[in-house]
Design a binder for this molecule. Structure first.
Ligand SMILES: Cc1ncc(COP(=O)(O)O)c(C=O)c1O
Length: 390
């Protein structure tokens, strides 16, 4: 969390945060509340009711490898990937997890356990990397795997696991593996490979690919993620991890997620209900607007540098688009601690240090509610002059 600062945010009757002048705006977490506006419009018409007699069993389908995966969720995951064209799902195994967070650990276990190495297998990712990877790898001080830092500096022998995050959290860059050795095992974290954030250039086709509803639909609270796995043995090991860890994944959450994915797929159809806007068009438009506001707020300001992204052709939208990342990776002028500077202006962000980078950088969530985002850009545009960020 964010130290001892009080986050002074009023709650309205329907539990929305309304920032006041004194309130800290918390843009540290990638909490995807931006999407509430879409789902409120969709409203009651598409709510999910689960009768009390349903889903009592631990099991969902004992005939398939991932025996706790709801068939409806598997069907909707595959359908959505086929519509969006962002991942190959044919002849692949789907493993559901309590968020993709749990699947990251399942993948570390599945890849390292069969090797029977004397020393823990090294886990690396190119800096700036998602700040949770080091914590996840080292939290339980496993004898199977350990965090070994920036993949670009990795020079040890032996097997290793490389996390390839594309578009990358925190900087939104499209990535490829960097170590490229025969002893490497890759996990592609594609949490942000959706059309609202970036061009869908081709269906991803890797050994282990991770996705999550958190960043696709905004339903982070449902805690549903999925892995698309090529190798059956690896998929079985991941399922084993889930079995020992939580004996599967909540059926209610899976059914709700299945319904939400179904709505999104429906919204992408040519002959969709007239009151259901295409989800990806809606959320892409919001991201474009937010990035424009951010760039306007930082324009002519010598303190901040906002990164630029190339245009690419998106096969889903059939148009050219930039990347509009879920986070802004802001660089401050040399010698200024960006996180501290923004904190003094009541904007809470995550320091570049947490991502294996420099304190001149800070990661700012672009996915908060509209009211908070507006206050953020307002405050940012008011930061001027000579400052000592330290
Ligand atoms: C790159 C990346 N991977 C995984 C996750 C975890 O997502 P989930 O909510 O599915 O656990 C996040 C969340 O911020 C993320 O940014």
């Amino acid at each position: 969390m964010c130290g001892t600062d009080r986050i002074l945010v009023n709650k309205s009757s329907n539990n929305e945060s309304i920032p006041n002048n004194e309130a800290y705006i918390n843009l540290d977490h990638g909490d995807p509340t931006m999407y509430e506006s879409y789902w409120k419009e969709v409203g009651q018409k598409y709510s999910v009711t689960i009768p009390v007699f349903q889903s009592l069993s631990y099991f969902a389908n004992i005939k398939i490898l991932c025996w706790f995966l709801e068939p409806k969720l598997e069907e909707e995951i595959k359908r959505l990937h086929n519509i969006v064209g962002n991942a190959i799902v044919e002849d692949r195994h789907i493993v559901v997890g309590t968020g993709s967070s749990q699947l990251i650990l399942a993948a570390f276990y599945a890849l390292s356990d069969p090797l029977n190495e004397l020393d823990p297998v090294n886990v690396v990712s190119a800096a700036p990397y998602y700040s949770s990877y080091p914590e996840m790898a080292d939290f339980l001080r496993s004898r199977l795997f350990k965090w070994s830092g920036d993949a670009r500096c990795f020079d040890k022998d032996g097997p290793y696991i490389e996390m390839v995050t594309s578009p990358n959290n925190p900087d939104g860059v499209i990535r490829e593996p960097v170590v490229n050795r025969a002893t490497g095992m890759l996990v592609h974290d594609l949490a942000y490979y959706w059309p609202q954030y970036t061009a869908i250039t081709s269906p991803a086709d890797h050994d282990i690919m991770l996705f999550t509803v958190s960043k696709c639909t905004g339903h982070a609270g449902s805690r549903i993620g999925w892995a698309i796995v090529r190798d059956e043995k690896v998929a079985r090991k991941m399922v084993k991890f889930m079995e020992i860890n939580t004996i599967g994944v909540s059926k209610e959450a899976q059914l709700r997620a299945a319904n939400i994915l179904e709505i999104i797929s429906l919204s992408c159809q040519k002959h969709k209900p007239h009151d259901l806007e295409n989800f990806f068009k809606y959320s892409h438009r919001l991201m474009v607007q937010r990035w424009k506001k951010l760039r306007d707020a930082a324009k002519n300001n010598e303190l901040f540098y906002v990164p630029k992204f190339p245009h690419r052709y998106c096969k889903f939208s059939r148009d050219y688009t930039e990347t509009y990342p879920a986070f802004a990776w802001i660089k401050c002028k040399e010698g200024i601690d960006c996180e501290k500077l923004l904190r003094r202006h009541k904007i809470l962000t995550r320091s570049g240090r947490r991502f294996g980078s420099d304190p001149e950088y800070a990661r700012i969530s672009m996915l908060n509610r509209e009211e908070e985002f507006e206050v953020f850009v307002q405050r940012l545009s008011n930061i001027h002059g000579t400052v000592n960020g330290n």
